[in-house]
Each structure stands twice: as structure tokens, then as C-alpha cells.
Design a protein around this ligand. Sequence first.
Ligand code: SAH
Length: 245
Amino acid sequence: MTFAATVLTLYPEMFPGPLGVSLAGRALREGRWSLNAVQIRDFATDRHRSVDDTPAGGGAGMVLRADVVAAAIDSVADDRPVLAMTPRARPLTQARVRDLAAGPGAVVLCGRFEGFDERLFEGRAIEPVSIGDYVLSGGEMGALVLLDACVRLLPGVMGAASSGIEESFESGLLEYPQYTRPAIWEGRTIPEVLRSGDHARIAAWRKHRAEADTRLWRPDLWERHVDTRVQSPSGAHDKDEGQKT
Ligand code: SAH
């Protein structure tokens, strides 16, 4: 099964963009996933081909029209989830990315201006997705982020070495730090344990650093990790990171 991505956007020329190079680009050419960028403006019905209008209640900027965007969605709708890029949502998680990558693909809706007419979320089954607590000028870069995160998990996209199992977030923790040659750089050495060849010691060191760095940089993740461990002493993965309602 090929992961089918459809992006609804006012700027289809932004795709595949960075997804056309490196691992994602090679996988695209190999047919491991497909990408279709659809111009929302093609679904405008008035003679000015307008896609937006002024905000009800007043205020700055323009709002994307529900009727035009819904027509664009309906033209591509199938069994794939429809995700709308918006800062007014829970931030995307690796757990949600994994679910998406295991499915048939995604329809990704990119906002511009002040975003979408809210009735769109009432009239269609749309999952709002944020890529973080900051504001972009458009949803396209968010769509690229989301698709990149999905595509690298598809079978055959990354080398066998990078199964992704030990990576940041997969265990509810950040990954341990990595080192490579040269053995000494500007007088700094690689931690002795990593050169010891003692796999048990290396594993213990990595676990310690993953925990310490998560506590330091992401106390929110750490707290959740500790809570999960208390509830399931087996150390099972955090199943629901709260992306789904
Ligand atoms: N006025 C809106 C922001 C609109 S930004 C607000 O304050 O909520 C314009 C578009 O950029 C949005 O419609 C969305 O598609 C995209 N965008 C901005 N920030 C984003 C984020 N953090 N995650 C995903 N998409 C984002």
C-alpha cells in the first residue's frame, strides 16, 4: 500500500519542495508514497475566484471561506483522514505520526491569512493539527513537517539501522546524545563508556542520559513518563499522547 498525501493549498508550487530531496525524495521517486498538491482557488465559484473574505465581527486580515475550502476537500475525499493545519489545535505528536504513517495517507489542508471559517470544522470531519506553539504565515510548512515525519517511517524509506525505535519520543523520552569520529575534537573526547565496547554499560549510560536530558529540557515529558511508569511498571509506551479526542 502506498501512503497517499494530498495537500490542499493556495501555493501548490511549494510541493514537493524539501520533500523532493534526500530520503523522502528518493522514496517519492520509488513510489513508496505519492504527493498531490491541489490548488484551493480552483474551487472558487465567483468571477473573481475569491477564496477569502473579511472576518465577521471585524478585525484585521482575511478568512478562508468554508464553501470554497469544503468543495476542495470534497473533490479529494476518500477513506483518508483530513487534517487542517492550524495553531488552534493540540501539537502534533510522534504517536499520531506513527498512526498516520500506518494508514492509507492523509489529506492536509493549509491555511493562510487569519485561517479558516470555523464552520468548516463543524461541516466536515477534520482533525485540527498544530506543529507547535508559534504562528506560521501559512500551513504549507506545517504540512511539509507532518508529511516528512510520516514518510520517514514508511517501510523501506530509512535504512534498517534507523528503525526509529530508540528515537526521541518513542519511549516518551528524548534520545540520548550521539557522538562520532574524530575521537578528539578541539580537545574534547567522546565519553569513555561509549568506547568501552561494554554493551550493558553503554545501554545503562544511554538510559541515564535520556532520562537526565528529558528532565532538563522537557520537564513536561518527564512528568508524563514518570506517571506512565507508575501506572504500568512494565514501562509500556505511552499509548495516547492526547492527539485524538
Ligand atoms: N490568526 C490565526 C493564525 C493564522 S496563521 C491564529 O492566531 O490562530 C495562517 C495559517 O498558517 C493558519 O491558517 C495555519 O494553516 C498556518 N499555521 C500557523 N501556525 C501554525 C502552527 N503552529 N501549526 C500549524 N499550522 C499553522
